[in-house]
Design a protein around this ligand. Structure first.
Ligand SMILES: [Zn+2]
Length: 343
């Protein structure tokens, strides 16, 4: 798949291939839903296809058929690609559809064994997401990275390289997918959106809301998730201008975590606008940015992160959200920042 916001990263990879400098281990990083898997697919197609990732030949089609979300066969711990010389390693999804948090050492061992077999053709192993490996899994992978074999390419996909051990990072060449706000990406999104909805959306604004993650725009637009999101966002913006609104919110109960996520996006956007001294597409948010103290935004963001992480415990999330919202609705005229979440 050719995606406009992949151009820079892909050119970097293409140069490595053309100059015969492709490393044994490659790390592709970027926020969730930036399309790291798709970039990896395009790279592998470019490497293997006789006709520069034509998209039509047996190899190209085999690789395009691989689906990252497909359930793993638990008895083998790793998954084979439709292309015979390629394997995947990822977190397991159990019978009830729950995804495990970590990639374990036994999975990494099986993955490395599959790659270490003798073969003439290039053996490719894709690991995602590398930042989900637990410490022993990472150690085990390191051994393979330290003794690279010819004819082997390991591609690690990771949301955040900061979560990877420095020892692994130093063994990989990395390529990063940056958030995209450019016109080409907007045009691509416009084409995609017209296939799901007829309404006229402000594409630039949608990209701002998702911090430049085009696939996130699409997933938020499909289904009624987006309508809810817009409604919550409007109410959150309303209450920061009219704090009395706080008592009249609708549709917040039962959606506490989603509201916190929505507010988190607004606060991040406010911080971004404040630091750039810019105006954004949301009139109310621009008003907040003008008068609010940066320090308060950062502290609120911390509290939101903390509240979201506490939501997985048996904390009273409704009360926690209420406290966060009291601060948010008064953020422009607070004298001192109060304590919301206790650590
Ligand atoms: Zn092809």
């Amino acid at each position: 798949m050719r995606l406009p916001w992949h151009t820079v990263a892909f050119e970097k990879l293409k140069k490595m291939i053309d100059q015969n400098h492709l490393p044994h281990a490659l790390l592709i990083t970027g926020a969730p839903q930036m399309g790291k898997f798709e970039l990896m697919q395009r790279l592998v197609q470019t490497l293997l296809c006789q006709d520069q990732s034509c998209g039509q030949c047996t190899v190209c089609r085999a690789i395009a058929k691989d689906n990252p979300k497909e359930v793993l066969d638990t008895s083998v711990l790793i998954r084979r690609s439709h292309y015979p010389n390629m394997v995947y390693c990822r977190t397991e999804v159990n019978d009830r559809g729950v995804e495990s948090k970590n990639i374990r050492i036994d999975q990494i061992r099986t993955f490395c064994e599959a790659l270490n077999k003798t073969a003439d053709d290039l053996q490719i192993g894709v690991l995602f997401y590398a930042d989900q490996m637990n410490a022993s899994a990472a150690n085990s992978l390191l051994k393979t990275l330290e003794e690279p074999r010819d004819n082997t390419l390991i591609i690690l996909l990771a949301h955040n390289p900061k979560n990877l051990p420095a020892t692994i990072l130093s063994r990989c060449q990395s390529v990063h997918l940056s958030p995209a706000y450019d016109e080409e990406t907007q045009a691509w999104l416009k084409g995609q959106i017209s296939q799901i909805q007829n309404e006229d959306f402000d594409i630039a604004q949608l990209l701002e809301n998702t911090h430049g993650v085009p696939f996130k725009v699409l997933s938020e637009l499909s289904g009624d998730g987006f309508i809810h999101y817009q409604n919550w966002q409007n109410q959150l913006l309303e209450m920061v201008i009219h704090p009395t609104m706080l008592g009249q919110v609708q549709d917040f109960e039962g959606n506490e975590v989603e509201i916190l996520n929505c507010l988190q996006n607004l606060v991040i956007e406010a911080i971004r606008l404040k630091s750039l001294d810019h105006e954004g597409g949301l009139v109310e948010l621009n008003q907040v940015v003008k008068t609010v103290k940066s320090d308060f935004l950062f502290r609120l963001l911390d509290d939101i992160y903390h509240a979201i992480s506490l939501s997985k415990t048996n904390v009273n999330i409704k009360l926690l959200l209420d406290n966060v919202l009291i601060v948010w609705s008064h953020i422009t005229h607070l004298q001192r920042y109060p304590q919301i979440t206790k650590t």
